[in-house]
Design a protein around this ligand. Structure first.
Ligand code: HEC
Ligand code: HEC
Length: 427
């Protein structure tokens, strides 16, 4: 216990505020109670047993936050073993020491939680909730649809942070910290997604045995469960390994100008080719076929009529047969750690904030592919030129910083959904 206490102290004074005793115990991967409760609610089956059995399997395969492991059938397969390196990810895992704990040293856990469940102690205060990696779904990536991000995509968000959210750039991050953090995020996501998949398939994984089942039957059922879990583990690993297959190639820039910087777009001279492109972009933006105004509003102020939640909120509400707006029915879930659902705001382009990067190619990609996990759809029926015009148009709306701060459009009687000031305070 003394040793743990010492390491806990090294982890920084921040973690000592509040319930010190609890913080100093070695962290565990807590079971995904919210997801299990959802299945229980929807399918009317008890989940307590699958939940605790799954926990045992997962500990066996992936270890604990302080002592991570990888399954043998992964380490022993050359290709699967190339996904993440245990040696490297150990530098990010565990308590902060000279050779471990980068995830905690760089405070990732204060938002994403030690176990990657998106429920660190700051999470509830942020206008945009931190990512729960366990759904295996990521937003700002160069692949299409819900395909996994490339390592490069994770590298960028971890290195730059995500503008307009609480996740700011970490000033003292070193380049050599990146690979361990990337591996560790993949590890947490992999483990968490596996847990969900096992729970989801619980009736196939944990066969129900008759009362007169022999020991042999029990052993067979266990072997079968292990096989199925192995298959599920490999499936997720392969999604990560072959993420590149889903890469979206951004086309060359068009004949008309698409400036590198937002300032150059904003400064477009009247009557110029650029101004003409912006004008065309505005037309496309307002067109029925593009449908952008439904969410972003006629002027791109982020105040369209459509209001929706993201997939992380739908996951345990709508998908399980609950109405995210019916607060009472959510109580058992919130008691199990779910964060109250909030509307996701379409971007207000006056702010000039592009979370997935502000280069024209980044924005082209967001428009062409949509943003996974959010209502923002892929623009399927537009030509490349139309998309480039849109890129110019949305960037042209950026106001100078001081004006952008005060340009807040009330969102149809829902102050809560704008998330208060947490986000702007964190910028
Ligand atoms: C102050 C809170 C905070 C801290 C600290 C923080 N993040 Fe985040 N992170 C967020 C939020 C909020 C989002 C979600 C942004 C969004 O959905 O637009 C996010 C998203 C992410 C994503 C998902 C990106 C995507 O494309 O979906 C990854 C990966 C990530 N963070 C990794 C990290 C790592 C690694 C660290 C530590 C170096 C870290 N974060 C520190 C708040 C934080
Ligand atoms: C169904 C609602 C919806 C529609 C339709 C929609 N968007 Fe979005 N859009 C969103 C939401 C929500 C976000 C914020 C997603 C996030 O970052 O979490 C967003 C974000 C964006 C962003 C910011 C990307 C970034 O990196 O921050 C751009 C650019 C954008 N939308 C452009 C468009 C364009 C152009 C169209 C029309 C072709 C469009 N959107 C149609 C909902 C929508």
């Amino acid at each position: 216990m003394k040793k743990i206490l010492g390491l806990g102290l090294l982890a920084g004074a921040a973690s000592l505020t509040g319930c010190a005793e609890k913080e100093l115990l070695p962290p565990e991967f807590e079971p995904n109670l919210v997801f299990a409760r959802g299945i229980e609610y929807r399918d009317d089956i008890p989940m307590e047993e699958p939940l605790s059995k799954t926990q045992v399997y997962l500990d066996e395969l992936f270890g604990t936050p302080d002592a991570p492991k990888l399954p043998d059938f992964i380490s022993e397969d050359e290709e699967l073993a190339s996904l993440v390196s245990l040696e490297i990810l150990k530098k990010a895992a565990g308590p902060v020491t000279e050779s471990t704990g980068l995830y905690r040293r760089h405070q990732c856990h204060t938002c994403h939680g030690i176990t990657g469940n998106g429920r660190g102690k700051l999470a509830a205060t942020l206008a945009t909730y931190p990512r729960d990696y366990r759904m295996g779904l990521f937003k700002f990536k160069s692949t299409e649809g819900s395909d996994k991000p490339l390592r490069e995509d994770l590298r960028r968000v971890i290195w730059d942070g995500i503008v307009g959210t609480g996740m700011t750039k970490v000033p003292d991050m070193k380049e050599e910290d990146l690979d361990p953090l990337i591996d560790y995020v993949i590890y947490l996501s992999w483990r968490g997604q596996l847990e969900r998949n096992i729970l989801y398939m619980n009736e196939d994984v944990y066969l129900e045995l008759d009362e007169d089942a022999t020991e042999e039957d029990i052993a067979d059922a266990e072997a079968e469960a292990k096989d199925l879990i192995e298959e599920l583990t490999i499936e997720i690993a392969e999604d990560w390994l072959y993420a590149e297959d889903g890469l979206f190639d951004v086309p060359e820039r068009p004949e008309f100008p698409v400036p590198d910087t937002i300032a150059d777009v904003v400064a477009a001279a009247e009557g110029s080719e650029l101004a003409e492109s912006i004008k065309q972009g505005k037309e496309v933006f307002g067109s029925e076929i593009a449908g952008c105004t439904k969410c972003h509003g006629p002027e791109g102020y982020g105040n369209g009529q459509n209001k929706d939640y993201d997939n992380w909120a739908h996951d345990w509400t709508t998908k399980m047969g609950l109405n995210p707006a019916d607060e009472d029915s959510l109580i058992p879930f919130i008691a199990r750690g779910a964060l109250p659902p909030k509307f996701i705001d379409p971007r207000d382009f006056r702010q000039g904030v592009f979370r997935g990067g502000e280069q024209p190619e980044d924005i082209f990609r967001r428009i062409a592919c949509g943003i996974a996990g959010t209502p923002m759809p892929a623009a399927k029926n537009l030509s490349d030129d139309q998309k480039w015009h849109l890129v110019n148009y949305v960037r042209s709306l950026a106001l100078p910083e001081e004006d952008a701060d005060s340009a807040s459009t009330p969102q149809a009687g829902d102050a809560e959904s704008r998330g208060g000031d947490a986000e702007s305070a964190a910028d």
